[in-house]
Design a protein around this ligand. Structure first.
Ligand code: ZN
Length: 316
């Protein structure tokens, strides 16, 4: 039996299919991952237009069949194209890393509205980012802008990707523990190094780590930075770099609501913006750290494309 289904969706993957059609994988708000055949989408005057572009947010209508796995797309109305993501390669790569992770972890016809809104919020933030400002307009050496210009690689993208991945993993039930030691459950003391154990999923205090600690050694600033990336809405992270949009108040509220009472409702105390900035860059390779964590808790195949992208990003 055939049913008509309507949903808001983000386009995660588009492949050509035969001469005139496309095979499109959507992340739908109501039904998780859905793959549809868009007949005639490769034709010049296709009715779908930009609604099937990568990252596009659309309202889609498709036919669902009880006996067929491949569904037929009936209509797609563009809500937002996110075409601005393609203007800078590092911005595009960051968006691709986020959407690739979503593509691999969401399940067919299993809704994950928190993750959907998270991805939408991060794509919006990425698209809104201005180019890094590298000539200080302020003569005050302590200003945030001067601090950014003194950094060798003033890019917010790895920080935003890390933040997205940790939050997405949290929504899927794998939130890294950054506040208390996983073994003794004591709060991690300030100014003391701790060890991030990817396999166990969080921080081990120096007392429990003993003489032969496992994992990556993190100083207090690095730990503070990771916590900031995990617990702070995307637009506020972008604003730390002073090149992003003004924090989108409603989007931030939604992200805090989605995160639940245990998380974003009460962000941890963080260092001043300038210190935080330095800490983000001093963290050896935050993306590798987070990927290591994800590698223990998700299918390793999920991470292969990330490693490739992460290497490419560093060479840009
Ligand atoms: Zn401990």
């Amino acid at each position: 039996m055939r049913r008509i289904v309507r949903s808001e969706a983000i386009c995660l993957r588009v492949q050509d299919y035969h001469e005139s059609s496309k095979l499109v994988t959507f992340f739908t708000l109501e039904r998780g991952k859905v793959s549809c055949l868009a007949k005639g989408a490769r034709r010049l005057r296709s009715k779908f237009g930009a609604a099937l572009d990568l990252f596009a947010q659309s309202r889609i209508i498709y036919y669902s069949h009880e006996t067929r796995t491949l569904l037929t797309l009936s209509d797609a109305e563009l809500v937002h194209s996110f075409s601005g993501l393609a203007l800078r390669p590092e911005r595009f790569l960051a968006a691709e890393q986020m959407s690739e992770f979503a593509l691999r972890v969401i399940q067919p016809h299993d809704p994950s509205p928190q993750l959907y809104r998270l991805l939408l919020n991060y794509l919006t933030t990425l698209e809104s980012l201005q180019s890094p400002v590298c000539s200080p307009q302020s003569s005050d050496p302590t200003s945030l802008q001067s601090a950014i210009c003194n950094l060798q690689s003033p890019s917010p993208y790895p920080a935003l990707v890390c933040s997205f991945l940790m939050k997405a993993a949290s929504f899927l039930g794998f939130r890294p523990e950054l506040r208390r030691c996983l073994l003794c459950r004591r709060p991690i003391e300030n100014a003391r190094p701790a060890y991030f154990d990817a396999g166990r999923g969080g921080i081990i205090c120096p007392r429990c780590a003993g003489d032969n600690p496992r994992g990556t050694r993190l100083d207090a600033a690095s730990l503070d930075t990771l916590a900031f990336l995990l617990y702070t809405p995307a637009s506020e992270i972008a604003s730390v770099f002073s090149i992003g949009p003004q924090p989108a108040i409603e989007a931030n509220r939604q992200e805090r609501r989605d995160a639940g009472p245990d998380s974003l409702q009460s962000p941890p105390p963080v260092s001043s913006s300038a210190n935080l900035q330095s800490a983000i860059y001093n963290l050896q390779s935050p993306l590798d750290l987070v990927l290591g964590f994800l590698g223990h808790h998700f299918d390793p195949l999920v991470l292969n494309s990330f490693r490739w992208h992460a290497g490419l990003e560093r060479n840009l």
